[in-house]
Ligand binder design. Structure first.
Ligand SMILES: [Zn+2]
Ligand SMILES: [Zn+2]
Ligand SMILES: [Zn+2]
Length: 139
């Protein structure tokens, strides 16, 4: 089943089904949480080098399969997008929750980032809202 989902997402995004794309997309589907580059490397073992993982993530981002989440230590995490994201056009205007206890980052897709009023002459292209605290598993 997961296999079918992986293949259909890649097909829909017009990406050829390569081994690394298949495996890395499957890791996202299994995980449910946002993943850092090193999480993905840890789960693929020594199978792919850094560049392969990086390129695979880049192609997923360009195609609207995953989006990035900034973290407090200036690194980045990746999470699956919903269906409405497409090539070159993301709609990930939800907040992200980072648990201070277990470190997981969760997409809260039902909570939309509130519109903010910027001073005249400023135009936002993206708003990231990250909430830190304790998740429901750590409470
Ligand atoms: Zn997206
Ligand atoms: Zn937690
Ligand atoms: Zn998200």
């Amino acid at each position: 089943m997961a296999e079918e989902r992986v293949t259909s997402i890649l097909k829909k995004s017009q990406l050829s089904v390569t081994d690394s794309r298949r495996v890395i997309l499957d890791i996202f589907l299994q995980s449910g949480n946002a993943l850092a580059h090193h999480d993905i490397e840890a789960r693929t073992g020594e199978k792919y080098d850094r560049v392969t993982v990086y390129r695979t993530l880049q192609s997923f981002m360009e195609k609207g399969i995953i989006h990035t989440i900034p973290t407090t230590d200036n690194s980045v995490k990746y999470a699956l997008c919903r269906d409405e994201c497409e090539e070159g056009h993301h709609h990930d205007n939800h907040i992200h929750f980072i648990c201070e206890s277990c470190g997981t980052t969760t997409c809260m897709e039902e909570i939309i980032v509130p519109l903010i009023q910027l001073p005249k002459g400023y135009r936002a292209s993206q708003i990231n809202m990250v909430v830190n605290g304790m998740c429901n598993k750590c409470k």
